[in-house]
Design a protein around this ligand. Structure first.
Ligand code: UD1
Length: 416
């Protein structure tokens, strides 16, 4: 399966269950390295990125077993502090093992991380945090090595509220000696989820979900069981798909608090979002009103929803401006949308969208994970057939995507 084919123009109708959050489960998996014993994580999505993280952890000596969305990780046999370069380059989130390895085993070594091609994505803030806790960092020949016989808690100010750096430092600080304060910390729900697992493991953390997180280091962490939060980006993507097709879809397993910015923008565009007992119902409006969007750290509008809204707004009545402030190279989907008849031009870090009456199906590329979701949205909205290639990006973050959409009447399928 290396392509997705879509016959567009069908309003989605039905119910879509949201899976556990990819961006929550990856740091949770890394955090298990801090514990002694077998950690169990429930509601784990079967995704390529989860599989890659299992391989990263297995390469260190852990035993991972994913069965019916329950993942157990036995960390008792860790014998290595070095993750294979090909895995780390494949997925940036593998860098999240650095903090736990350093705190628990005194050193960690890995090649510079990879991930979606959406910008430079440095790791200086992660390293700044480790260094301020006393780690010695050396970088050379594409490798990073960190060493510290014992991390010592400290005050760490992040110049930008990086999600990954907040997570990595929070994990390292949990086993450090003394207190750590992370200032200008990221406030994303995934940080709170990680804090909840760490607390269940015995960590002492206060303030996760705010810009100041205080961690009192403990000597040891124990294994724990935890359920992953629902994936707010997957939920948001389906909400846009429902709205973009003029459909009526109940999205279940959602935390609406996590989706406030998405809900506000969908309503600005004329869609209805109704809070029901089982989830959020999205009813599309035949006419998409224009909206201006600026990506921001949480609770602002997520950069991970930017591509999907750009696709949706390509058929708005008038002009919309979408500004990307988090990543500097996150407009690769625009060339693909323009191939489908959209009229979008990029000026600096803004996309100026002149709404067109409709998109036309053609062959497009999923240039990264969320760009892939944008191509699905465009395909569902289009007249005719859309072929999406490079779908390995989509499979990194959307579990059973074709099945979930087909159940709501979409004509979408995988093809060779
Ligand atoms: C996480 C998410 C990703 C999302 C992003 C922003 C995971 C697995 N991935 O990625 O889907 O798009 O948050 O919401 O959770 N930065 C630095 N120095 C650093 C670290 C980051 O300058 O040391 C910059 C980055 O280049 C970027 C910005 O900070 O411009 C945000 O990055 P960050 O929040 O760290 O994103 P990730 O944790 O990689």
């Amino acid at each position: 399966m290396n392509r997705i084919l879509i016959e567009g123009g069908i309003p989605l109708r039905g119910e879509i269950p949201v899976s556990g959050a990819k961006n929550a489960v990856l740091p949770l998996m890394a955090a298990t390295l801090l514990a002694d014993g077998i950690c169990v994580i429930d509601d784990v999505p079967a995704l390529a990125d989860v599989n890659t993280m299992c391989q990263v952890l297995a390469s260190l000596g852990t035993k991972c077993n994913l069965s019916d969305s329950t993942l157990s990780i036995d960390t008792s046999g860790v014998y290595s502090i070095e993750a294979p370069g090909e895995l780390v380059r494949k997925m940036r989130a593998s860098f999240l093992i650095m903090g736990p390895l350093l705190a628990k085993h005194g050193s960690a070594r890995m090649s510079l991380p990879g991930g979606c091609a959406i910008g430079a994505r440095p790791i200086d803030l992660h390293l700044k945090g480790f260094e301020s806790m006393g780690a010695e960092i050396s970088i050379g020949h594409g490798y990073i090595e960190a060493r510290a016989s014992k991390l010592i808690g400290n005050r760490v100010y992040l110049d930008f509220p990086s999600v990954g750096a907040t997570e990595n430092i929070m994990m390292a600080a949990s086993l450090a000696e003394g207190n750590t304060v992370i200032e200008n910390a990221a406030e994303e729900p995934e940080i709170v989820d990680l804090s909840n697992l760490l607390s269940a493991m015995g960590a002492k953390i206060k303030g996760a979900g705010t810009s100041i997180i205080r961690i009192e280091g403990v000597e040891q962490l124990k294994a724990a069981r935890h359920t992953v939060i629902p994936d707010r980006i997957e939920a948001g993507s389906f909400m846009v798909m429902a709205a973009a097709t003029g459909g009526d879809v109940l999205i279940t397993n959602v935390i609406s608090e996590h989706l406030k910015a998405v809900i506000a923008k969908l309503e600005d565009c004329g869609a209805q979002v109704i809070e029901e007992l089982d989830g959020l119902r999205v009813v599309g409006n035949p006419q998409i009103e224009p909206a201006d969007i600026k990506t921001m750290p949480y609770p602002g509008f997520a950069t991970d929803m930017q591509a999907q809204f750009t696709a949706y707004l390509s058929c708005c009545r008038g002009t919309s401006v979408v500004t990307e402030t988090i990543f500097e190279n996150r407009f690769m989907h625009i060339e693909e949308l323009n191939k489908m008849g959209a009229d979008i031009r990029v000026e600096g870090n803004s996309a100026i969208i002149n709404g067109v009456s409709h998109l036309k199906g053609t062959s497009v590329v999923a240039t990264d994970l969320r760009a892939g979701a944008a191509m699905i949205i465009a395909g569902l909205m289009s007249k005719g057939q859309t072929e999406i290639t490079e779908i390995q990006h989509i499979l990194r973050g959307y579990e059973n995507i074709c099945e979930k959409l087909s159940a709501c009447g979409a004509k979408i399928k995988f093809a060779q």
